[in-house]
Design a protein around this ligand. Sequence first.
Ligand code: PLP
Length: 484
Amino acid sequence: MEKLLNELSSECQPAYGVECDVAKNAQVPENLKRSTPLGLPNIAENDLLRHFTNLSRKNYALSTVFYPLGSCTMKYNPLINERIARNDAFNNVHPYQPIETMQSVLEVMYELEKDLCEVAGMDNFSLQQAAGAHGEFAGLLVISKYFKSIKQKRRKIIVPDSAHGTNPASAHGTNPASAAFAGFEIVPLKSELDGSISLDKLKEVLTPEIATMMLTVPNTLGVFEKSITEISKLVHDNGSLLYYDGANLNAVMGIVRPGDMGFDVMHINLHKTFSTPHGGGGPGSGPIGVKSFLEPFLPVPRVEKKKDKYMLNYKKSKNIGKVKAFFGNFPVILKASAYVKALGGKGLKNVSEQAVLNANYMLAKFKDKVNVPAGNRCMHEFVLSPKTLFKNDVRTIDIAKRLLDYGYYAPTIYFPLIVDEAIMIEPTETESKETLDKFVNVVNKIILEESYQEPQKLKDAPINTPVRRLNEVDAARKPILKWD
Ligand SMILES: *Cc1c(COP(=O)(O)O)cnc(C)c1O
């Protein structure tokens, strides 16, 4: 176990020097003078370097292992984009600078907004939101304000149980959470076995109070919504709007556009689809796209171009206000911009085709051995349900923990909630056939051999990691939050 900095500290080796920068003759009141040492750890630079390098090696990261985390698109993020984001020309700009001196920053935002419109088939984008969930929230505020402006009382949102988050009672997941935050009531919709929507069931819940329906296409089971045109017609005939959760955009870029499918509002998770490292929770960016009739409601400021000059417009009459300081997470916007410009339309289409091909290749290798509830074909991800194979009390959580011993990051498990003992796998376009083959072999070995021959090993897993399996109940009920 790597020691903490305080534990590594040794008085013998003072490794830093603190100089008092208060003038000698300054009149500092006695009661403000420090009487105890600063308490910083004493560690030689060399040991400090080793400490952090050792810690980083304990981490499971995309730069060290295959990371098949379903629903989250953990793909390779081109390192050159990091260098671009660190470029002084962008990095040293302050948001309070005069507009004339930050034209390049505004140009990047203006251009990315146009590129996202092209990819998504929308008319306008706001880049301010800091995550997908934040985008959902802002998008729903736009919808809320729109209905207020046309004097309609619509306070309900349909969320299918295949979406991100399904349990209305606990608001589990981002879709119902965002809806509740934005002041809406959630109307759950039970989906079919493959996560798709039944038109008959949809008709039953489409009442005059429905403001919008939130859909993820392809859905969290990796299945494309075949009836999307009919769904769009039903929803719009009811006077409601259609919201697109763009977390799975990596499956459809250059092939089909949310705007063309009939969606009115959407978000894109730039950190997922457009290559920003996002394990561990940030930083993210969740731009929202809208059809033109909703543009007046977008958060301010809007980046505009007048006679070759970029400017910020704060004066949109119906805007929902600001949702983030300044212009959003600009470095993420910059990286996405570099990614889009480098790949171009053809490149982005190739990304999606390759992501779907990789997922189907893996699915084909699994499907004769492990139950796949949503069938023989998928988009960019698929869900296994190995429940029927489990003997000896082994469960999906044990499979996931055991994968850590083999050096993999575990896939998403127990999600979506509609699949028993779900294991959700998204290989992405940036993995080789060899990597996929190796992973499939290991998963099959764990499920089909180890769980029968050495069930206790699976219950004990992970065995080779620096920290063994945690007691999840204690972690939630009696968390230890500080070093003592
Ligand atoms: C990741 C995800 C979200 C939430 O996005 P964040 O950027 O993590 O806030 C919403 N819906 C789906 C389907 C997702 O996979």
